[in-house]
Design a protein around this ligand. Sequence first.
Ligand code: 1GP
Length: 252
Amino acid sequence: MTKGIYQSLTDRKQLGKKSFAVLIDPDKVNDASMASLIDLAVASKVDYFLVGGSLVISNYLDDCLRFIKKSCNIPTILFPGSPSQVSKYADALLYLSLISGRNADLLIGQHVISAPVVKQSGLEVMPTGYMVIDGGAPTTVSYISNATPIPSDKNEIAMCTAMAGEMLGMKLIYMDAGSGARRAITEEMITKVAQSIEVPLIIGGGITDPEKAYLNCKAGADVIVVGNAIEKDPNLIKEMAAAVHSVPVKVG
Ligand code: 1GP
């Protein structure tokens, strides 16, 4: 039996091994671009593919996941912007509750609507406390969610939100400055949050260079997610993955 994705995330965290995930927006790829992206990802030892987006307009989601499955062994995790982005072809699902916002629909409403479909999908469901942090400009997620992001310098709010999420039973915390954020999340905020929770911490939004990815990991991120920068320059995958994997593993 293959090990579950969540188990692999917690095993890696236990060892202090950092993970690199490439975010794929199904609207922005096709079989040809996916083929070269997958080649690069396999060569660079990418740990996970996150698939989804705040808005998915095309109907390439299922095909995109099937294409990944037949081409490589990199696990696929759905990162859905809406309940319509559930596909049985993925390995796992980030079951996101927007705990940084006060929009009841994104905290629980959409989950009630999608629960039967999610349950029947057979996907590994990973309850995730999703926290949007202000990235210096409105992003698709901040607009679509109709919820105020946590101000980028309010480390205590982020810390308490993550703690509350964990105590409510969230198995992952994902702090996101939003796709294409002008400012990525600060290392200070990542450190505060990482020190306050036990569950794996995912960080994304506006990470454009390997050094930032490395510093985020040193600060306490367990998984680094990059989308935009790789869409612009797929060759960045190699350096980004190498930077994340170069963080020293815990000893003892
Ligand atoms: C967005 O965290 C992801 O939800 C990735 O952001 O596209 O800016 O890398 P970027």
